[in-house]
Design a protein around this ligand. Structure first.
Ligand code: F6P
Length: 545
């Protein structure tokens, strides 16, 4: 069954939201707080070890009711059922979207084309477990019988960003293995990564769903050549493993069939870290932690499937984001984790969010007449406070921001953690409350600043406030809570794709550049430039000079 085809801008809820926006656009969030002592009670969700406070937004109960009405009118509930039950909701690629099956329980049944996929998923999980245990324990060894010390994940996009982000995020739980990531086709990236590595003690994990990706294959070939300078052809089997759906291509690369970890067409690259694509994660932190990550995601799946929309974290965050994107005209959203461990969360979600929802054709094949995918960006706090926060506080742009923080630090350094978290709370308060003229004047008086100087400085020192934020306060960064957090954003992507009536699970937009790069490479190799636009021809000729 296919997804419904409903242009959101034709729904009644959309029209009501548009009218409601005219009432709300000049509204002050801080005034709403001043007028309602119960506001935070109305707009927060407590779930497991998550507290999501979305009260610091330009919303009222009516806004949320209308947004939920919109979700109902576009038949979100039905779409969620189609998503979880393995229907071909990725219609332009004729595929199901079943990354949720990768973290399901062993006794669940998830049917794909009439067959339960769970036993197969668990077979691959058992293979990941066995392999990780053997490498971590040192039982599995390299060609000179030395235990492995280093792992290199070779992949790009979804075959890199997820494992790289999670491995970094769960560093605290890591073992002795050093995990490296090579993604860019930039040869300097490969060389910098391998220059200090010992081929005798390095294991290479080639991750490519299609096994046709130029970057990954070039990097894998370069690394194999480097490896063969110290080892023999038959040693490749001990040092190279692959994760792919394309068994034929992997085998012809020279990887033994027992070293292949399969994945499935029904797992999209950017949602694949839960599959064997996460092998590097399991190697870095051990299979039990990898499994806990999956468990956390599964808990969020259940919450998403079973909770009414008004108390459903991914739905609420998706709806608030639609409110700003489609009615207030916000173009971007920032994501600020107050933990250095999550420094790769924003780049990871850039693929998830922008590759999924960066579409301009509706499910009916016509151009959409409303905004779709948001631009997502961010860096950890407090670093980002000293970089781009000026613009969020006092710039001209509306940037709804998610703040993610933890009650506990992992090493337990209370002094540092209290300082970190006081910044976390201070920023959302400052963004909301701003600083009024009278507050600034009072400060000037206290500092004894001259009247002339005070008059001049006043407008620059005022903060308007009323900047919207969501606060996600989580108990502790554990594999399980990280799994829930990632799944939360995955489902937010899904909800928005349904509302915007687009296909979130294809990525045709990355194809054109790939095609052109291939033909330009042929021209560069032949040293003969074909007809391009005059700028490209000029640049290529300069490059070849
Ligand atoms: O960027 C396009 C893309 O197809 C992504 O969706 C995918 O994650 C990445 O390339 C890598 O693809 P593969 O795993 O097939 O090498």
């Amino acid at each position: 069954m296919s997804l419904q085809n409903i242009n959101p801008s034709t729904t009644e809820a959309w029209q009501k939201l548009r009218n409601h926006f005219y009432d709300m656009q000049a509204n002050s969030i801080k005034e709403m707080f001043a007028n309602d002592s119960q506001r935070v009670e109305k707009f927060n969700i407590k779930w497991e070890d998550f507290l999501v406070d979305f009260s610091k937004n330009n919303i009222t109960e009516q806004t949320m009711d209308l947004l939920v009405e919109l979700a109902n009118e576009v038949e979100l509930k039905k779409a969620i059922e189609s998503y979880f039950s393995g229907e071909n909701i990725n219609q332009t690629e004729d595929r199901a979207v079943l990354h949720t099956a990768l973290r399901a329980n062993e006794n669940d049944e998830v049917l794909f084309e009439g067959k339960n996929v769970i036993p197969e998923v668990f077979q691959v999980k058992a293979k990941i477990k066995e392999f990780s245990n053997q490498v971590i324990s040192g039982n599995k060894r390299g060609f000179t019988n030395k235990a492995f010390t280093d792992i290199v994940n070779i992949g790009i996009g979804g075959s890199d960003l997820g494992p790289a982000m999670v491995t970094e995020a769960l560093q605290f739980y890591s073992n002795h293995l050093n995990v490296h990531f090579v993604s860019n086709v930039d040869g300097d990236h490969v060389m910098e990564t391998i220059k200090k590595l010992n081929p005798e003690t390095t294991l290479f994990v080639i991750v490519s769903k299609t096994f046709t990706t130029q970057e990954t294959l070039s990097n894998a070939e370069t690394i194999r050549e480097w490896f063969l300078k110290s080892a023999k052809q038959e040693d490749v089997a001990k040092h190279f493993v692959a994760v792919s759906t394309n068994i034929e291509k992997v085998t012809s690369f020279g990887i033994n069939s027992e070293n292949i970890f399969p994945m499935w067409d029904w797992v999209g690259g950017r949602f694949s870290l839960w599959s064997a694509v996460g092998l590097s994660i399991s190697l870095a932190v051990g299979f039990d932690n990898f499994n806990a990550l999956l468990k956390g995601a599964n808990k969020m799946d259940t919450h998403f499937k079973e909770t009414s929309f008004d108390k459903n974290i991914p739905v609420v965050l998706a709806l608030i984001s639609v409110w700003y994107n489609n009615f207030f005209g916000a173009e971007t959203e920032a994501l600020i984790p107050y933990t250095q461990y999550l420094q790769k969360l924003a780049p990871y979600l850039q693929q998830g969010i922008m590759e999924s929802n960066g579409k301009s054709v509706g499910r009916d094949g016509n151009p959409v007449n409303y905004q779709t995918g948001t631009i997502i960006w961010g860096e950890p706090g407090t670093n980002s406070q000293h970089a781009f926060f000026q613009l969020i506080h006092q710039g001209t742009k509306l940037i709804p921001t998610d703040f993610i923080g933890y009650k506990e630090s992992l090493y337990g350094n209370k002094d540092h953690h209290d300082k970190l978290m006081s910044n976390f709370f201070a920023q959302t308060e400052a963004l909301l409350m701003g600083k009024s003229e009278s507050q600034v004047k009072a400060e000037f008086d206290k500092q004894g600043i001259s009247k002339v100087k005070a008059e001049f400085l006043l407008p620059f020192k005022v903060f308007r406030g009323d900047k919207p934020t969501n606060t996600l306060l989580i108990d502790k960064l554990t594999p399980e809570s990280l799994g829930s957090l990632i799944a939360l954003y995955e489902h937010k992507i899904f909800v928005q794709g349904i509302i915007w009536n687009i296909f979130s699970y294809d990525q045709w937009g990355v194809e054109l550049g790939k095609q052109l790069a291939n033909s330009i490479l042929d021209e560069i190799n032949a040293k003969s430039i074909n007809q391009h636009d005059s700028s490209t021809t000029f640049l290529l000729n300069q490059f070849l000079k």
